[in-house]
Design a protein around this ligand. Structure first.
Ligand SMILES: [Zn+2]
Length: 465
């Protein structure tokens, strides 16, 4: 198994610190607002990695944090006239619901920054003791990491400190690159957003939380550290510097997932082109969204266009269509060959072992679907059965197998779905017959019941409004 380590910029053989055990720390969301497509993609990338490493027989411990206090959370709370902590929690719940909907397995643990202030303060004390952090020069409660004291600062992103972006000079720090470990409480911030410390009341800087929580749960030296490419600098650079300066081995492999663009443009509030998870779930089933987000290599840029979900739906439909067809035709022909020795094809494993190359692994799935369909055409039933079982195993690893999605759907949802689907079918035939009055009446009826329809290229989806 090879993993691309973004610190050394090379594919490295993956060797866990303890045989059979893998510790992964992933930077989770700052919960100042709801999840967008980039958050979903990031969480999904590490979900697939965790699933594959588990399939290989490792016991995977995946820790993904929640940043529930930070400048942005406090600002949003003021804007929305809410408590910062209830705003953060409400968004955390929205994220969790979206992740669950997408079939993302719950991490082994999901620590919140606010629950780990003692661990952060202890790490800050160690850094001061070792001469790598200092109290504000003006006597205030800020504490800074002393970048000049750490010669390898910049090693993660291979930059020299002088060339780094976003340097902020301040009268209470030694040099512009020094970053805050502890931030003095501000008079305009709520009292609940500050904690006592020997430096004075304040709250943690963003970077220190991940260093403290990673070592608390995974130990001072662990296997994989992941997060979005946008976090490489300054967040991960600073995490690495402070953890190493504290004497921690920290992560052996650094993994970064690529960003999502929208029609070739960076997603940004000013452009108003953000794609939220609710936008995706209104256009396609969660299973289709999962397929779509998996279909690009985790390190590449994923460019979202309105047409992509219909393409993903068609591609996933070809796979599920084969499974359905094989199930029906094998059952009617009375074929029964329960071969327990069916294994994942070696080609699929090779692609997954090559830095989690999911798009190439999906190509192996599609190849088997094509030849499985030919087997059915030619009545080669045992070959078709074997391919059906292999396709199912591969989909299970990717979190896309039909059985994994059926179990998420409650019986109430199933009953509602079957009623709505029959009305959608009625509306479709009305539209085909150009009876638009009937088609509109059906849509209005559903809408009155709180059910919204959305038409994509060749399918209609429904959601509760
Ligand atoms: Zn982090």
């Amino acid at each position: 198994m090879k993993i691309f380590d973004s610190k050394t910029a090379e594919l490295k053989e993956f060797v866990p610190i303890s045989a059979g055990q893998v510790g992964i720390y992933v930077c989770g969301p700052t919960v100042q607002s709801e999840a967008h497509i980039g958050h979903l993609r990031s969480a999904l990338s590490y979900d697939v990695m965790g699933r594959w490493l588990s399939y290989l027989g490792h016991q995977v411990t995946l820790v993904r944090n929640v940043t529930d206090i930070d400048d942005k959370v406090l600002e949003k709370a003021v804007e929305q006239k809410q408590n910062w902590w209830s705003l953060a929690y409400a968004n955390e719940l929205l994220f969790a619901a979206d992740f669950r909907r997408l079939g993302i397995q719950a991490p082994s643990y999901e620590p919140r920054a606010t629950g780990h202030i003692p661990q952060m303060l202890s790490l800050i004390a160690t850094l001061i003791e070792r001469g790598h952090a200092y109290k504000a020069l003006d006597g205030g409660a800020n504490v800074y990491f002393d970048t000049a004291s750490w010669p390898s600062y910049g090693e993660l992103t291979n930059q020299s400190p002088e060339d780094m972006d976003g340097q902020e000079t301040s009268a209470d720090k030694k040099r512009a690159q020094d970053f805050a470990l502890w931030k003095a409480a501000k008079s305009n911030e709520p009292a609940t957003a500050a904690w006592d410390s020997e430096y004075g009341r304040g709250r943690p800087g963003w970077h220190i939380e991940c260093s403290a929580m990673a070592s608390h749960y995974l130990g001072t030296n662990f296997d994989i550290h992941g997060g979005g490419l946008d976090l490489r600098f300054p967040h991960h650079e600073n995490e690495l510097a402070q953890s190493r300066a504290a004497g921690h081995g920290f992560a052996n492999y650094w993994v970064h997932n690529g960003l999502v663009t929208v029609a070739g443009q960076k997603m940004s509030k000013s452009l108003g082109n953000s794609v939220y998870s609710r936008d995706l779930f209104a256009l396609a089933s969660a299973q289709t969204v999962r397929y779509y987000l998996s279909s690009a290599h985790y390190r590449s840029v994923l460019d979202y266009q309105p047409s992509v979900l219909a393409e993903a739906e068609a591609a996933l439909g070809r796979i599920l269509g084969f499974l359905g067809r094989a199930g029906r035709e094998l059952a009617t022909s009375g074929f029964s060959a329960a071969d327990a020795s069916i294994a994942i094809p070696a080609e699929f494993a090779e692609e997954m072992n090559d830095d989690f190359n999911v798009p190439a692994a999906l190509a192996v799935v599609h190849e088997l679907v094509r030849s499985g369909n030919s087997d059915l055409d030619e009545k080669r039933l045992s070959e078709a059965a074997e391919k059906r079982d292999q396709v199912t195993l591969m989909l299970e690893v990717l979190g896309l197998a039909p059985s994994q999605w059926e179990s998420q759907v409650s019986s109430e949802h199933g009953a509602l779905n079957s009623l709505v689907q029959s009305l959608i079918a009625e509306r479709d035939s009305a539209r085909e017959a150009k009876d638009y009055a009937t088609a509109d009446r059906i849509r209005d009826q559903l809408s009155a019941a709180g059910i919204e329809l959305s038409d994509s290229q060749n399918q209609t989806h429904w959601s509760l409004s």
